[in-house]
Ligand binder design. Structure first.
Ligand SMILES: [Fe+2]
Ligand SMILES: [Fe+2]
Length: 328
């Protein structure tokens, strides 16, 4: 049987449990929080006072904080790219069957609330240029992304396991920064989003764990492949209006490093967490090639940590069209 056909069989095998995964890792619509729960209520007379308070608190947050929050929001808002990508994975079969595509639709419906909430918050904050942000979002959706997974479900689930944990870390750190300046409402918002990301991480890493049980060698090689080529962020094509593709990503990522929201050492930590979670050291029944992949993976975090220590991040903020400087 070809490698692709084995993957299709594994996907079908896991698909039998899709409803259980949805029950276990996702929350029904009527029970889950909605963006409105964390925003000033526009049906009430208190709306204007609440907005005023929100804007006052927003004044205490520094330049790079806004850049990071804008970049995170745009990343969330590019959800159509991620949904259409995931629907194309081998074994998902959006049109012919309903199992995996059901999972992806339900996951998308939870994710969709993140960009919705952050966008409304940014709009009310008065600290950012919404039109510029909207143009970047439109660019990012039309530019798409290329995360190097192809249609391979194994590689894609490594990617999503990694990425959901990365977004948990960054939303959670933003929440901590907001809390430090006494902005409890913004902090709570970001915490809520972070907790969704953690559930999603649990789900995707569980899928990988189950694949390791039935197709260990191929799963090991897929994990190695993704770690060798490195996990690119979903917004790596980020650009500002009038600029070329990808030109804003590095500056956004530098701002995140300066704020300590997402750093090179977080990248290494995530890798190590995945290695531990999937008990890479204990996987048995591997081919010689997969054994070598395991050795490579076990040594990788230490190697990457050394490289990340040498990385230098520019100290000065880069001025984006999204955020006007020094608005106090
Ligand atoms: Fe999200
Ligand atoms: Fe996510």
């Amino acid at each position: 049987m070809s490698i692709k056909n084995i993957r299709l069989e594994v996907m079908r095998f896991l698909e039998k449990n899709v409803d259980t995964f949805i029950d276990q890792y996702l929350i029904p619509v009527e029970k889950i929080w909605q963006p409105t729960d964390y925003l000033p209520n526009s049906e009430k007379e208190t709306f204007f006072d609440e907005v005023k308070e929100l804007r006052e608190l927003a004044k205490d947050l520094p330049y790079d904080f806004w850049v990071v929050l804008v970049g995170d929001t745009i990343t969330e808002e590019a959800l159509p790219t991620y949904e259409s990508w995931l629907m194309e994975i081998d074994g998902v079969d959006n049109v012919e069957r309903n199992g995996w595509s059901k999972w992806i639709r339900h996951w998308t419906s939870e994710e969709n609330r993140h960009g919705d909430l952050l966008n409304k918050y940014l709009y009310l904050s008065g600290r950012v240029n919404m039109r510029e942000i909207e143009q970047t979002t439109q660019h990012l959706i039309s530019d798409g992304f290329d995360i190097g997974t192809g249609r391979d479900p194994y590689k894609n689930f490594v990617y999503t396991s990694f990425q959901e944990l990365a977004t948990f870390i960054s939303h959670n750190r933003v929440a901590e920064l907001a809390k430090k300046v006494g902005d409890d409402k913004l902090s709570r918002m970001c915490k809520r989003i972070a907790s969704d990301e953690m559930r999603h991480h649990y789900a995707y890493s569980e899928f990988v764990k189950r694949i390791f049980e039935v197709d260990p060698s191929e799963m090991m090689l897929a994990f190695q492949y993704m770690m060798k080529q490195k996990i690119v962020m979903p917004a790596h094509f980020l650009r500002e209006s009038g600029e070329k593709i990808s030109t804003a990503f590095e500056q956004f990522s530098n701002a995140a490093q300066r704020m300590g929201v997402y750093t090179a050492s977080d990248y290494v930590d995530i890798m190590q967490k995945l290695i531990d979670k999937w008990q890479i050291d204990k996987v048995s029944g591997l081919t010689d090639e997969a054994e070598r992949a395991r050795d490579f993976l076990m040594k990788l975090p230490a190697r990457m940590a050394k490289i990340s220590e040498r990385m230098v991040v520019p100290v000065d903020s880069y001025i984006f069209k999204w955020v006007q400087p020094a608005m106090k």
